[in-house]
Design a protein around this ligand. Sequence first.
Ligand code: GDP
Ligand code: MG
Length: 354
Amino acid sequence: PSAIVKKLFMKGEMVTVNQEVDFETAEEIALEFNFICEPEEKIDVIAELLKEDEEDPKNLVPRPPVVCVMGHVDHGKTSLLDAIRSTRVTDREAGGITQHIGASVVSINGQKITFLDTPGHEAFTAMRMRGANSTDIAILVVAADDGVMPQTIEAINHAKAAGVEIIVAVNKIDKPSANIEKVKQELSEYELIPEDWGGSTIFCPVSAHTKEGIDNLLEMILLTAEVMELKANPNRNARGLVIEAQLDKGRGAVATVLVQKGTLHVGDSIACGSSYGKVRAMIDDKGQRVKKATPSTPVEILGLNSVPAAGETFVVCDSDKEAKSFADTYISEEKNRLIEDTKAKMSLDDLFSQ
Ligand code: GDP
Ligand code: MG
């Protein structure tokens, strides 16, 4: 090492022993010692394992849209979700009481919409770390008496970055100070131009309090979904995303997952980040035990050996052994990543202490 440091010094590069140099420099120095340098191939094993096969279009069937709600604090995201769920209460199976599993399915004349409870931007941030996306449509909630606020703009940027369709819900129209036109004006500065102004963004005036406009909003979501032609193959090993997860005293690791492809069954072997296990039971958003879950369905699953992180991808494997080896690979990869991070940090520290 000291010979190399000396060589670099002669070339005018001040480095320490554990500092990283770029490949070109390393190659040059190596040649001077009669070695040929080859760049290290960095393969992301997890990304490889998660890589998707091309899906044959003839296996694809329509699936419900997955929708999240975004917007400035206090503009009515939670109230809107509650209003949507309560207006559709008649559509639910008898006796079904909404259970909090982090997502819910609403059905309108037999057509389903899946709503995620996680505010859109949080969901996007967690998912995007692995390049995954949970949402098809984002409902941007803007209070008609308050207009566009900082978190409204943040939400727009997140939704655009994630490439999701945006539908604007102008909320609180029951308030005397509501000004729908002002909201349209303000949002058109962010390329969200209402249809009646010659643009292509759907604006739905709503009131989470009086429920006015809620049915129209749901119709617009279904219409948008139809145009998007959302499809998935239900006849394959399931895969999807973890929406939320926690450790339950009596039930162990409990994860709410969103099935994105395939059909998830009780008894399936699944791997999910560093967790794995056999699906012991599944519970839907109405609190009912179910045996299978098709694309766009959120379900709570029991049977994982540990609590996975929100945003993690889950995959169904052909055997328990395969699921375990997937999780093991994940753990060793994470370990490598950590070591590399530490190394990089160490050499930077050295640099700054000079
Ligand atoms: P979030 O922070 O976006 O989830 O907003 P919330 O749903 O918690 O609502 C914030 C406040 O606005 C609460 O006091 C709600 O009762 C009120 N609110 C929500 N929707 C409406 C509405 O349609 N009309 C009126 N008048 N108030 C609303
Ligand atoms: Mg809220």
